[in-house]
Design a protein. Structure first.
Length: 317
């Protein structure tokens, strides 16, 4: 794990081997032939892997920052490696559409005595692991005379992901020259909208309640800090967490093999024409809206892979 140290050493962290973790898992593979006739065959194969882990010891009290918890880099006793944490979103203020959180404001004196580790595990909530606990594939091969169809599916379950940010760089204002998240079209605009949307109001300095939200109360106390802008807190809240489960049509190919009588006439051993497509479609949480559900590591979220199509000709003399 990474241990935070004073930057007077020339580095702000270094890697140490510390703590006790339990890993459990199993893997299963199988192949079946559900149908076999003189002219038609169906071969079905699949795999399933299940892996879980749990941290049994707690790190040092100063080991992780707020960003470490929000990104899933913090190692927390009793939770899986890669578990990321989120602010507890309560809803919108019915008077002005500002975001409301269960952020411990009524417990300031208690929070000031806590370490950052204790503060963040108390105020934030675990959203789930970035990495899936169950992965596998399902492959189908259908053969009919000279035709062969291959369908490859890949599935992943157990992971959670954070949605694209809505209020990135909010304090510097928005303009028509910047790309904005279309979710803002559903932002709160008038009293009563909180019954239909969870997107906070877009406020300016003249907006009702702006100065109640432009700085979070934690910027004025001596304990572990949170985000200074409540709209940033919203982007990292449980309201912006979605399921990372998905089923992807990984590959699809159709092959035609030239008959033997034609090959003999042309003095060839094999001629095959193949049309192949990859990344055709991903069935996933509807809230992702094009965002990839995969979370390999903790880099910036990316858009879903685009489909590719290939036409191939294989000739053997």
């Amino acid at each position: 794990m990474n241990k935070v140290i004073s930057d007077v050493n020339g580095f702000d962290s270094y890697v140490i081997n510390s703590g006790t973790m339990v890993n459990r898992g199993y893997n299963f593979n199988a192949t079946f032939v559900p149908v076999r006739t003189a002219s038609f065959n169906w071969i079905l194969s699949g795999s399933l892997s299940h892996v879980t882990n749990e941290m049994l010891t707690a790190p040092g009290s100063q080991a992780y920052t707020l960003d470490s918890f929000l990104s899933g880099e913090a190692v927390v006793k009793g939770y899986a490696i890669g578990t990321f944490w989120s602010y507890r979103f309560l809803g919108l203020n019915p008077l002005n559409g500002g975001p409301l959180f269960d952020d411990g404001e009524e417990r300031i004196s208690e929070l000031e005595t806590m370490s950052p580790y204790e503060t963040y595990t108390t105020i934030l909530e675990p959203s789930g692991p970035r990495e899936p606990t169950v992965t596998g594939s399902i492959n189908n091969t259908f053969t009919y005379k000279a035709w062969r169809l291959n369908v490859g599916l890949y599935y992943s379950m157990g992971a959670k992901t954070r949605l694209f940010r809505v209020f990135d760089n909010y304090v510097n204002g928005y303009s028509s020259e910047k790309n904005m998240n279309r979710v803002l079209l559903s932002a709160w605009q008038k009293p009563g909208d909180e019954a239909y949307t969870q997107i906070p109001a877009v406020m300016g300095k003249a907006s009702n309640g702006y100065y109640d939200y432009w700085r979070h109360w934690s910027s004025l106390y001596s304990g572990a800090r949170f985000h200074e802008v409540p709209w940033d807190m919203y982007d990292y809240s449980n309201a912006r967490v979605a399921s990372g489960n998905y089923l992807k049509v990984q590959s699809l190919s159709l092959t035609y093999e030239l008959p033997k009588r034609v090959l003999d006439a042309w003095k060839m051993q094999r001629v095959a024409l193949t049309l192949e497509a990859t990344n055709l479609y991903t069935f996933c949480d509807s809230r992702l809206k094009g965002q990839t559900p995969t979370q390999g590591g903790f880099s910036e979220v990316q858009l879903t892979d685009t489909p590719t199509y290939t036409l191939g000709l294989n000739i053997n003399f």
